[in-house]
Design a protein around this ligand. Sequence first.
Ligand SMILES: [Zn+2]
Length: 272
Amino acid sequence: MRVTFATEAAPGWPNEDFVAAAPDAVVLLDGAGTPPGSDSGCSHGVAWYSRTLGSTLLTAMSQSAGTLAELLSVGIKSVSSLHDGTCDLAHPGSPSATVIMLRRVNDTLEWLVLADSVLLLDVVEAAEPVVVCDDREAQVGALHRAEMDALDSGSVEHVSAHRRYVETLRSYRNRDGGFWVAATDPLAADQALTGSMPADQIRAAALLSDGASRLVDRFHLGTWRHVLDTLDESGPDDVLRQVRAAEQSDPQGTRWPRGKAFDDATALYFRL
Ligand SMILES: [Zn+2]
């Protein structure tokens, strides 16, 4: 398989997305930010969490025969053990991340998707791609974002409404009826969407953090097919360029209300 990817931090902040590839496996994680003025109980931070869990998962996918959900469960436990002596892992804002894992085992392609990063599968002889996305956080979030969305991005009021929004959502994290992410509870792995297909049924796949998928699912500036075609013809850089151009055209979130005017954006494309 041939893999290309691009990742770009939101201006002025460390990149909390993580993407990596091995010959038969890829991972993409999107760390959930701790807004300024909010506490997380962890001295390492969100970027450390997504990078550490992502590298742990990629290593396990290349070396272990367990299911992807088993590897994720073990990976969450393993990263917790790296900082349970120094950090408060019971804190409701402890670092968390979305996870996509995808690997080829012999003639089969297997995937796992937890939380709101998007996996697109370009299936042979299908006009529209299969979209795998766990939108439970968006469903919960829709109930609580009206105040934030009514304010101009970048304003002091929006910054504090965003912080309140993030802190409100913490009470739904890793609970039935809420949404599930990789954080400190290994049981989150059982809540991931998983699947597999014969590899010869899939032309290509794309992995997108929500900072990249917003081109389609928030800005509505194209279809998933458009994203796959762009990745195939001009590469992941071009997808990120289109996202940044859209964000720059609406810096205050008037046309597209959103928590972050600019977000970390990552796109990975692989062709089988
Ligand atoms: Zn820590």
